[in-house]
Design a protein around this ligand. Structure first.
Ligand code: BV8
Length: 252
């Protein structure tokens, strides 16, 4: 059997299938990964520097405009064949849970039913001070304040910020706990498009592996997860995932 056939046989036989996705999952939708340089004006900035509370404190306008630029990329991009292939797997396998590091909301957009968002959603905004509880969500389409960033309409004190988890911020407790649980219970975990650098997300495959899961990977490059992967399909997820689904269909 080829690697692809073995890969598809393992996925096709999964009882409690968990998928961990990173920025590479949306790369073929035209959304740059964190390691790819942003285009144009933003190429001079390091995402790791901008995606932090201290950057927002230091220069709220710069961080706000960076997120508005990225939100614009998401709004002009489309989910790709890989996102849709994961939805197809839900009809072929008894249990599919997606744990995503991505903030583009594409898994939910294409109809994946069980998505755990570890790092929030770039389409949502909140009061930077969570003045009415965590999170105090704000619909920026209803705001009259044209400033960048606008002030929270509730407290008029704090700025509005993207509802994403910045570096040195803790992840949402319920999502992280559930991600731990499903990783420990998984019999197969497929890791797609992540360098495996950012924790605690990158620890989930190791948790699953220690729990006895078979780890599979789709990534054109080796990552920090590759060492525990039974197999790595060295290609783009938009190209590889439909191939895997096609083979599973042929064998069901
Ligand atoms: C926390 C939302 C507790 C924002 C994001 C020192 C050492 C170790 C750890 C730390 C440290 N100092 C601090 C830390 C902890 C820190 C961390 O992990 N730092 C890293 C940089 C070392 N983590 C945190 O701070 C987390 N919180 O730990 O809380 C705490 C509290 C207080 C103080 C300390 C600790 C919060 C992390 C969440 C950060 N927010 N996103 C936003 O999006 O703006 S993370 C952000 O970066 C993305 O969401 C994504 O998760 C991550 C980038 O990672 P990837 O998704 O893997 O993307 P990357 O570009 O790296 O890789 C893409 C991959 O795709 C590549 O492998 C490539 O080959 C592949 N690829 C490319 N094309 C394709 C493809 N694959 C498939 N198909 C393709 N076509």
């Amino acid at each position: 059997m080829s690697d692809l056939q073995t890969f598809a046989a393992i996925v096709g036989g999964a009882k409690r299938f968990v998928v961990l996705t990173g920025a590479g999952m949306s790369q073929e939708s035209g959304i740059p990964t964190f390691r790819d340089a942003m285009d144009g004006l933003w190429a001079q900035y390091d995402p790791m520097e901008l995606a932090t509370p201290s950057a927002f404190l230091r220069d709220p306008k710069l961080v706000w405009e960076w997120y508005e630029y990225r939100r614009g990329l998401v709004n002009t991009a489309k989910p790709n064949a890989g996102h849709y292939a994961l939805v197809e797997l839900e009809a072929l396998l008894p249990q599919v849970t997606i744990v995503t590091q991505n903030v583009d909301g594409f898994h939910q957009l294409v109809g994946s039913r069980d998505v755990i968002c570890l790092h929030g959603n770039i389409q949502q905004h909140k009061c930077a001070g969570d003045c009415k509880g965590d999170p105090t969500l704000v619909d920026i389409s209803q705001l009259t304040d044209e400033a960048s960033p606008p002030r929270c309409p509730y407290c008029q004190q704090h700025y509005v910020r993207p509802n994403v988890v910045w570096f040195n911020e803790t992840l949402p407790v319920a999502e992280l706990e559930r991600a731990h649980d499903v990783s420990l219970q998984a019999d197969v975990m497929l890791v797609i498009g992540t360098s495996g650098v950012v924790v605690p997300a990158a620890q989930l495959p190791f948790l699953a592996y220690r729990g006895g899961a078979t780890i599979l990977e789709i990534n054109p490059n080796r990552s920090n997860i590759s060492e525990i992967a039974r197999l790595r399909l060295a290609g783009g997820s938009a190209e590889m995932l439909p191939e895997v689904v096609k083979l599973i269909r042929e064998n069901t």
